[in-house]
Design a protein around this ligand. Sequence first.
Ligand code: MN
Length: 203
Amino acid sequence: MNIDIKLHKNDLPEDLDLGNICSFDGEFLGLNVRRDPLCLIQVSSGNNDAHIVQLNRETYDAPVLKKLLNDKNVKKIFHYARADMAHIKHYLKIDIENVLDTKIASKLARSYSENHSLKTLIKEFINIDISKQSQSSDFGGELTPAQLKYCANDVIFLHKIHDELNKILIRENRINLYNDCLKFLKTRVDLDLALFRDDIWSH
Ligand code: MN
């Protein structure tokens, strides 16, 4: 498969039209929001394209990207949005509007499985075995071709996967539960940022 990978410094170009359903992913230096800076944001229109934005970590000045993330009319598909939204809120100082999430969709749709990793979903719905070798690599500096490919893989399949999961959710009458979970996402992220990390519903 031919993937069109474009690396952008600091922000997306202004004239880019990615349509009204985009997939997104972010790469950070680690999973601790305050300690580990947001380094990259990847976005795809779903047509085998991956735009990788290498953020300016001094200023996080990226008006075009921020506008897109904040645009209510553009659906944004993430895989495990919770982590990306927390980093994006902390570093870019914005809430993301209109979020979809393949991990939440998978947990509700695929109760026949305990594995909801992106790698598993790509295998099941796209039938491709992708390498996750670069998952724990240094995204803070110059990027290698393998890292660019890895970053692209994290966004280019999400449209198709989300479509397939949606079909199961509708078939199994779980789509309302999914939509209600999405409504709670912003609150879950705000709880994380306020350091209420545990399940607040548990006894
Ligand atoms: Mn990723």
